[in-house]
Design a protein around this ligand. Structure first.
Ligand code: AMP
Length: 191
C-alpha cells in the first residue's frame, strides 16, 4: 500500500508512522528525516537546506523532488511506503502524482491526522526538550504553522478530490489514534 500522511507539525505523524511501519511492514519515508540526514552529513544539499529549515520555510520543490525520486527508487519502496512530510504544497502533490503514475504505482490512501493547534504547540514544546531540534523554537514553530496553513492545507483538498482522503482525529493518546488509523487501513485494504 502507498500511503501519504498529512498533518500539521506536531500532529503526531512521525509517531503514528513508526507504529504503521511495524503494523504494515512498509518503509517510513520522511522527507524531514532525509533533509536532517543531509544536514548532518554536511552535503551541499544539506548546507543549502539548513538555513531554510531553520526558518521553518519550505526547501525548494526541485530539491525535494530529487531527494524523493532517489528514495523511492530504492528496492524497499517497491512494495509500498508510508510517506511523511511530502507533499507540502500542491505543486509537490502534482509532481508526486506524475512520478507515481509513471511508475504505475499511484497513492492508495492519503491519511490526514487532524489536531487542534493548542495541542500541537504543547507537543512541539515537549519535543523541543526531548530532541533539541533547531526548528522547534516558538518563533519558527509559528512560521511552520503558517506555512502549513497557507501551502500544505490545500493538499488535503487535492486528495479529497481524488476520493482517497481520510481524516483521522489526532486527539487522545497515541494508541487511540493508532486504533483509528488501523480501522481506516483495514477498510482501504478491503476496497
Ligand atoms: P518535518 O520533519 O517533516 O517537520 O520537516 C522539517 C523541515 O524540513 C520543514 O519545516 C521544511 O523546512 C523541510 N521539509 C521537509 N519536507 C519538506 C518538503 N516536502 N518540502 C519542502 N520542505 C520540506
Amino acid at each position: 500500500m502507498r500511503i501519504v500522511l498529512l498533518g500539521a507539525p506536531g500532529s503526531g505523524k512521525g509517531t503514528q508512522a513508526a507504529l504503521m511501519v511495524e503494523h504494515l511492514n512498509l518503509p517510513h519515508i520522511s522527507t524531514g528525516d532525509l533533509l536532517r540526514a543531509a544536514v548532518k552529513a554536511g552535503s551541499d544539499l544539506g548546507l543549502r537546506a539548513k538555513a531554510v529549515i531553520d526558518r521553518g520555510e519550505l526547501v525548494s520543490d526541485d530539491i525535494m523532488l530529487g531527494l524523493l525520486e532517489e528514495r523511492l527508487s530504492r528496492p524497499d519502496a517497491l512494495g509500498g511506503f508510508i510517506l511523511d512530510g511530502y507533499p507540502r504544497n500542491v505543486a509537490q502533490a502534482e509532481a508526486l502524482d506524475e512520478l507515481l503514475d509513471r511508475l504505475e504505482q499511484p497513492v492508495d490512501e492519503a491519511l490526514q491526522i487532524d489536531v487542534d493547534i493548542e495541542m500541537v504547540i504543547e507537543r512541539i514544546a515537549k519535543r523541543a526538550k526531548q530532541e533539541g531540534r533547531s526548528d522547534d523554537t516558538e518563533e519558527v514553530v509559528r512560521n511552520r504553522m503558517k506555512v502549513y496553513a497557507d501551502q500544505t492545507e490545500p493538499v488535503i483538498e487535492f486528495y479529497a478530490n481524488k476520493a482517497i482522503l481520510t481524516r483521522v482525529l489526532g486527539q487522545g493518546d497515541i494508541d487511540d489514534v493508532f486504533q483509528r488509523i488501523k480501522g481506516v487501513l483495514q477498510i482501504r485494504s478491503e476496497s
